[in-house]
Design a protein around this ligand. Structure first.
Ligand SMILES: C[S@@+](CC[C@H](N)C(=O)[O-])C[C@H]1O[C@@H](n2cnc3c(N)ncnc32)[C@H](O)[C@@H]1O
Length: 287
């Protein structure tokens, strides 16, 4: 009997994941294999025959991925702004779609010494940690309502501080509270919220619908409940010239730009696109 090489196992896994509806079946299979074998994807020994234990572990992970468990929950990690973030059940998985929002925010901070940034709806603390990593001279506050997400955020904040990044100040709280961060009113250089924005009742792909916390996803009957609070907070918290970028779905840029215009408090109201070229975040500067 010919022993099965990793290359063959990956081809089988790719087929399993394709049949299950995963949209990046090959990449997922490779990431899971690299996770099991403790190497990078580029280092995967495709011609080698995996040991029985590794093979069983990989097949188990592929089966879970075929159940549409997010690949990041299976590997335990996601990356934003070059910072590795621990993730797992109970916390939203940071997305590649957020990289352009982060880049816009870092651009706003260009030339600002010792900037003050706030991550509203921080989840795993990914955005806050990416800002602190890129700008060691910054002060970054992050706020989150959900206790499970907060526990992931605490873990990530502690790890990055241990690695030498500027510590992020993490707060338990509700961004719809009109007194949130009242002590920072008029002083914030940058707000980078990625709030829940999906319209209640929309059925998302299983990676979100079945596996990620709904409180991270759904934003009320029009999807804008938390976003309205974020806009109000931006009016209050930002200093003159300070910037806000709000992440949202493909079709919300116009309505969020209208919400910002209604405040008569912002200039340069615009939107940015993600790596697919899809409108993904709306931006403004405080007058
Ligand atoms: C879409 S996730 C974004 C998480 C993270 N910023 C990221 O980009 O990966 C939204 C987060 O907002 C949190 N959240 C929802 N409503 C909130 C509220 N009223 N106050 C604070 N956080 C809230 C959710 O628990 C979730 O962690």
């Amino acid at each position: 009997m010919t022993a099965t090489t990793l290359g063959v196992v990956l081809t089988e896994a790719e087929k399993t994941l394709t049949d299950a509806g995963a949209w990046l079946p090959r990449e997922d299979a490779e990431q899971l294999a690299a996770h099991v074998m403790g190497c990078t994807v580029a280092q995967l020994p495709l011609d080698a025959v995996p040991g029985a234990e590794d093979l069983a572990r990989l097949r188990d992970l592929v089966a879970q991925r075929a159940d549409r468990v997010p690949v990041e929950y299976l590997t335990g990690r996601a990356v934003l702004g070059g910072v590795e973030i621990a993730v797992g059940p109970g916390v939203f998985v940071p997305r590649k779609h957020t990289e352009p929002l982060l880049a816009w925010g870092l651009d706003v901070l260009h030339g600002v010494s010792r900037p003050l940034a706030v991550d509203l709806c921080t989840g795993s603390a990914a955005i806050a940690l990416a800002v602190a990593h890129a700008r060691p001279d910054s002060t970054v506050h992050a706020i989150e309502l959900d206790p499970v997400a907060l526990s992931w955020a605490r873990r990530n904040v502690a790890r990055q501080a241990e690695l030498g990044d500027t510590p992020v100040a993490l707060h338990a709280g509700d961004v719809t509270d009109p007194a949130m961060f009242a002590e920072l009113d008029g002083t914030v250089d940058l707000l980078l919220p990625n709030p829940p924005f999906v319209v209640d009742g929309v059925v998302l792909p299983p990676e979100w619908q079945e596996h990620q916390p709904w409180s991270a996803l759904f934003g009320g009957q029009d999807g804008l409940v938390v976003i309205r609070a974020v806009v109000a907070a931006a009016v209050r918290l930002l200093r003159r010239g300070g910037g806000v970028a709000i992440e949202h779905d493909d079709e919300q840029a116009e309505v969020i730009m209208s919400l910002l215009r209604e405040q008569d408090a912002f200039t340069d109201i615009s939107y940015g696109v993600d790596h697919w070229g899809t409108p993904r975040y709306t931006t403004a500067r405080r007058k």
